[in-house]
Design a protein around this ligand. Structure first.
Ligand code: NAI
Length: 267
């Protein structure tokens, strides 16, 4: 450990269980010297696993449905009270698709559910940033990050409406990145992660086959969640102060590949 987050304070959303990417990010941030607040939807908190992480990280858990402006305002206000001031970093690690959960084919989606999906998976990011903006909750040179997936750029049929959610999420990072950058030197990025064996990941049809396909296509193999956490730490640290409004691939090279002979020889 090099303590690169020493003195920094941040909010980590989305740690559901020990497989969650956010769980690993929380552990790594604390190991690097940060003080954190954990948050998740009240329904996820009732499952109780987050309490073990909270204890390990010596962090409070403040429940918030990320689609509710009221909940978000309470979350950021309570967090500032806890920290005794503003924060330095925020992780958005939230995704859920109603149509994927219910197994609806892309050509027969329920559009009310689609709106819910967009609200939870993408608009919640805008809502978080708007709350941060209004409450002036982040320090100058702070860092805001959301987790994305390459289905925002390319077609992955089973990813369904989550593809559009991620496209929207990445666009919010660019647009709010302009405002937060100009006003406060705060950077906003998305990190596009390899398929990862988590609750949300495995909810996608055919995930295991796809995981193996991506692993073979990528020269470095799929990027593990622990390494994703390391990249998040780097993006929260002062070593990346001028990186903003980017979608950053953390995928073992998958996004640049066209064809990998390893897949043809051994599909
Ligand atoms: P996960 O299932 O552990 O985390 C998803 C989190 O979203 C859960 O903690 C859940 O409680 C939270 N959530 C859902 N609705 C919410 C709401 N209304 N308010 C607040 N929180 C809510 O799965 P994972 O994979 O760690 O997902 C984290 C992020 O990483 C998501 O944005 C996901 O799309 C993204 N991602 C995941 C990949 C994968 O293959 N697992 C690949 C690329 C990106």
């Amino acid at each position: 450990m090099s303590n690169i987050l020493s003195g920094k304070k941040g909010i980590i959303s989305g740690a559901l269980n020990s497989e969650s990417i956010a769980w690993k990010v929380a552990e790594r941030c604390v190991a690097e010297g940060a003080q954190i607040v954990l948050t998740n939807a009240p329904v996820a908190m009732r499952m109780g696993e987050i309490n073990a992480l909270a204890e390990k990280c010596n962090a409070p858990v403040f429940g918030a449905d990320a689609t509710s402006m009221e909940d978000l305002e309470t979350l950021f206000t309570k967090s500032m009270d806890h920290f005794g001031g503003k924060m330095d970093f925020v992780l958005h690690s939230i995704g859920m698709s109603v149509n994927v959960r219910k197994g609806k084919p892309y050509t027969d989606l329920n559009h009310e559910w689609m709106q819910k999906t967009f609200d939870v998976s993408a608009m919640s990011f805008h809502k978080m940033m708007q709350t941060i903006w209004k409450l002036d909750a982040i320090n100058d040179w702070g860092s805001i990050l959301a987790l994305s997936y390459i289905a925002a750029q390319r077609v992955f049929p089973d990813y369904s409406e989550m593809a559009e959610s991620k496209a929207l999420l990445e666009s919010f990072a660019r647009s709010f990145g302009y405002h937060l950058g100009t006003a406060k030197h705060v950077r906003v990025n998305t990190l596009s992660q390899s398929p990862t064996m988590t609750t949300a990941g495995q909810g996608v049809k055919g995930f295991h086959d796809f995981f193996n396909y991506a692993d073979k296509m990528s020269p470095l193999g799929n990027a593990p969640a622990e390494d994703c956490a390391n990249y998040c730490v780097a993006l929260f640290s002062d070593y990346t102060r001028y990186v903003t409004m980017q979608n950053l691939y953390h995928d073992g090279g998958f996004s640049t590949m066209g064809m990998n002979p390893a897949l043809i020889q051994n599909p």
